[in-house]
Each structure stands twice: as structure tokens, then as C-alpha cells.
Design a protein around this ligand. Structure first.
Ligand code: ARG
Length: 470
């Protein structure tokens, strides 16, 4: 089926005799999704027209009419009164066509010294910069709420794990502060990506620049970019700014997913380490006893979606010759979905961490099982009795076996029983077999003693206020 009256023919199909087929229109159109960057498109156009007027490329009268018309369109879109048309392909042509309806012939001057290629590169870059800024602020909030939980739990003792087996007792606050470090690096990656993407493609025109006397520094300044991009071919043809944002988001999602996984484990009756309120859990339709950590499971599950967005866009870009190819229109849905998912998961995690109540005695009891102070015992044999560590390790292993035979903890063995394994052991040993002693003794830099953890939390409280963009 051909549609010879297609509206887009009025704007750009001057040399085409016939209309597009319906399927061509369907595969070609991006208005279904790129209407999300309408505000950024209008901002880009206003900056462009302001500069065109300052450079005397268009008249003041035309520039004012164009700017006023664009503001009317902005309001129509914000109020949900704008009729988006698939025939007009994308947001750029929808806005321009409406501008013609509103102000007539002057609208045709907006596209002077510009192409949709630098227009879309600019609008999309502005959109990703906004998303990157929202993510920076959410990661900052997440760090804040984790630091507060950690500060309240410096002396809450839990088992520390390796291979998901009880290894050494640690402070619950210390465990949470480990995530603060990860999210701190994520914040750093997002700040880096923001700084690198903050250059203006506008004025690159189709690919080669323009013969009009434009001022690219001026449009860059008007749009809050640090500077114009240096190479016009690069400006219209790379989407590495979106890939870098999605890459930082993917790394952060991996951290969110690990934390979510721990929330799922801690919530299970087998662990019973934390409680989450009704705000962050669901019930089962058949099993009344259940309180399921669905939000955490969904954060874990949605991680794949953000990773998928990253890989989708990397794959779109990987074999494109310079400069623009229509493949690049596929950048938007991936990035929009990645950003929506990332932000939702950050919000859910901020909510869960704020809501989470540690079950202190359950954690403490679990920390005492599995001979979690065996390393402390080996350290004592080495440090106090002067044994080589390998020998101490061996003797500790024999004491663990003995305790297992008696179904006892290491601190429940009598001195006589221990001396049967090694006669040099004295009553001083009992000072290191307790779980609290173990945690308190680990005062090395970055260690788990409540005092170290309190210091880490205090340092982060100061640092988080200084985490500012750029
Ligand atoms: N809708 C297009 C996109 O998203 C706009 C750029 C069109 N440029 C072109 N030469 N066809 O990339």
C-alpha cells in the first residue's frame, strides 16, 4: 500500500514521487519512543536559533517567532495536547511540522545550518546527561542510607562468609560499608561518564560541518556543555556516551544485584537475619506463612535487562562505518529502558535498605556456629605461643575435630581437652575464642572492629556530602 499524501513528504521527500509503504513507515518511525526526548529536542532548537540570530544568519523577527512557537509546542507536549504523528517519523519532524502550522514560513529557517544528524545527536546526548544526573543523585542517596544503617550496626555481629560458609565473624555495619565502597566507585564511574559526554555535537550538521558562519561555542554554552566536540564526523556518528552510561549502570546493577541476593538470603527463615516490612514484601496466594522479598528478587532479575541494553547498543554500533546510519536510531529504546530500569532498582534498594531491621540475636547466634573463631585460635597459637603459622593451623584443625566429636564449640572445650592436643596451650586462649573478642580484635586498616567501622562510616558521612557532579 502506498500513501502519496504522507505528511513527511512535505518536509523532506521533495525528490520522491511516491509515498512509503506502510511497513516502511513502521520500520522507519521512531516517534513511538523518541517523543521522550521532546524537551531536549526543543532545548537544542532554541539554542540553535538563538545562535543563528546572534550570528545574523536569520532575522530577529524570524528567530522570535520560532522561539515563541517552540515554547507553545513545549507546553502542548507537557500538557498532553500534542498530536504525535507516525507519518512524521520522529520527534524532530513532528516538532518542526507543528511549528509550520503555528508560525508559517519562518519555521523553515530553523533547520538552517543544521541536520537531523547533529540534531538527534544533541537531543539524545542531553537526554542521557539528564539520566546520568538522576542516577548520580540516586546512587548518592543509596550511599547515605547504607552509611546510616552501618553506623547503627557497627557492633552488630554476623557471620562473615566465604563460599557461603561461615568463615569469621564480622560487623554487620562492616558488611554494609563494603557496598558503600562499591557504590562509591559506581558514583565515580557515572561522574566520569558525565564529564566525558558533556560536549556539544550541535553544528556538525549532516557530517562535514557547514559553510554558514555558526558559533558552536555559543550553542555549547547555551546547552550547558563544556565545549563543542572537535570533529564533526565523530560528533554525528558515535554513541559511546550512551554506551558508557549503560556500562556504568550495568556495573552498578551488578552491585545492586549482589546486595539484592543477600537480602533474599537474609530474609529466608534459614538465615533469619533481617526483617523487611510489608512495604517491601509480598505474601503468597496459597502459603499464609510466607513473606517474600519480591522487590529484592526483581532488582536481581532486572539486572539482566540493563546488561542487555548495554550489549544491545554495543552490538548495534560495532560494525557501522562513519558516519550516521539509521541503525543508530536503535540507540534510544535500549537506553531508555536501561535508564528506567536502573533508576527503579536504585529507588527500590534505597527503600529496602532504609526499611531493613537486623535481627541482632539471630545474627549473633549464627556467628557463633561453625567454629568461626578458629582463625583467632591459630593467630593466638602463633602470636602468643610463637608457633609457626602452619603448625598453628594444623593444631587448630585438630582442636576443631575434637570439638566436632563432642558436638561443642571451640570455646566450650576445657583447657585439659585442649592440652591433650598441645600441652603448651594455657588459659589465655579463652580470651580469643569468643565471637565479640574476634571482631573487636580486627583493628587493622579497613578491618571489621566496631571502632574501624565507625570510622569508615564517619568518613563516608563527610565524603557523601561532597559527592557533587563535575
Ligand atoms: N530518528 C532519527 C534517529 O533517531 C533521526 C536522525 C535521522 N537522520 C537521518 N539521516 N535519517 O536517529
Amino acid at each position: 500500500m502506498r500513501d502519496e499524501t504522507s505528511k513527511s513528504s512535505g518536509l523532506i521527500r521533495g525528490r520522491f514521487g511516491e509515498g512509503m509503504s506502510e511497513v516502511m513507515e513502521q520500520i522507519n518511525a521512531s516517534i513511538g519512543f523518541d517523543q521522550r526526548m521532546a524537551m531536549q529536542d526543543i532545548d537544542g532548537s532554541i539554542a540553535h536559533v538563538t545562535m543563528l540570530c546572534e550570528q545574523k544568519i536569520i532575522s530577529e523577527e524570524d528567530a522570535t517567532a520560532i522561539k515563541d512557537g517552540l515554547e507553545v509546542i513545549r507546553t502542548e507536549i507537557t500538557d498532553g495536547k500534542f498530536a504525535f504523528s507516525v507519518e512524521l517519523e520522529d520527534i524532530h519532524m513532528n516538532v518542526e511540522s507543528r511549528l509550520h502550522e503555528l508560525i508559517g514560513a519562518a519555521a523553515g529557517r530553523l533547520h538552517t545550518a543544521r541536520s537531523r544528524n547533529d540534531q538527534v545527536a544533541t537531543g539524545f546526548r542531553l537526554w542521557v546527561r539528564d539520566a546520568n544526573d538522576r542516577a548520580l543523585s540516586l546512587v548518592q542517596q543509596l550511599i547515605e542510607v547504607l552509611v546510616e544503617q552501618a553506623a547503627e550496626n557497627t557492633a552488630t555481629i554476623m557471620p562473615g562468609y566465604t563460599h557461603l560458609q561461615s568463615a569469621q565473624p564480622v560487623s554487620f555495619g562492616h558488611h554494609l560499608m563494603a557496598y558503600v565502597e562499591m557504590f562509591g566507585r559506581d558514583h565515580g564511574r557515572l561522574s566520569d561518564s558525565r564529564a566525558r559526554m558533556n560536549e556539544s555535537p550541535l553544528g556538525a550538521a549532516a557530517l562535514a560541518g557547514t559553510s554558514f558562519p555558526i558559533d558552536r561555542e555559543r550553542t555549547a554554552e547555551l546547552l550547558g556543555f563544556a565545549r563543542p566536540m572537535r570533529n564533526s564526523l565523530d560528533a554525528v556518528s558515535d554513541r559511546d556516551f550512551a554506551i558508557e552510561y549503560l556500562s556504568a549502570a550495568s556495573m552498578c546493577m551488578t552491585h545492586l544485584s549482589r546486595l539484592a541476593e543477600e537480602i533474599v538470603l537474609w530474609m529466608s527463615p534459614q538465615f533469619g537475619f533481617i526483617e523487611l516490612s510489608d512495604a517491601w514484601t509480598t505474601g503468597s496466594s496459597i502459603m499464609p506463612q510466607k513473606r517474600n522479598p519480591d522487590a529484592a528478587e526483581l532488582v536481581r532479575g532486572k539486572t539482566g535487562r540493563v546488561h542487555g541494553s548495554l550489549f544491545g547498543l554495543l552490538t548495534v554500533m560495532k560494525a557501522l562505518p562513519l558516519t550516521f546510519s539509521k541503525d543508530m536510531q536503535e540507540d534510544k529504546e535500549r537506553t531508555f529502558d536501561g535508564a528506567d530500569t536502573f533508576e527503579l532498582c536504585l529507588k527500590a534498594t534505597i527503600g529496602m535498605i532504609g526499611d531493613m531491621k537486623p535481627r541482632v540475636s539471630e545474627m549473633r547466634a549464627a556467628a557463633g556456629t561453625g567454629h568461626a573463631t578458629a582463625t583467632d585460635l591459630a593467630d593466638w597459637l602463633t602470636g602468643v605461643l610463637g608457633m609457626p603459622f602452619r603448625e598453628a593451623h594444623h593444631i587448630t584443625g585438630r582442636l576443631v575435630r575434637l570439638a566436632d566429636e563432642w558436638g561443642a564449640g571451640l570455646d566450650e572445650l576445657s583447657l585439659e581437652q585442649m592440652r591433650e592436643v598441645d600441652a603448651r596451650i594455657n588459659e589465655g586462649v579463652f580470651a580469643v575464642l569468643g565471637v565479640e573478642d574476634s571482631v573487636t580484635s580486627r583493628r587493622s586498616l579497613g578491618g571489621t572492629s566496631p571502632e574501624c567501622v565507625a570510622r569508615q562510616a564517619a568518613e563516608w558521612r563527610d565524603r557523601v556530602g561532597q559527592l557533587r557532579v563535575e
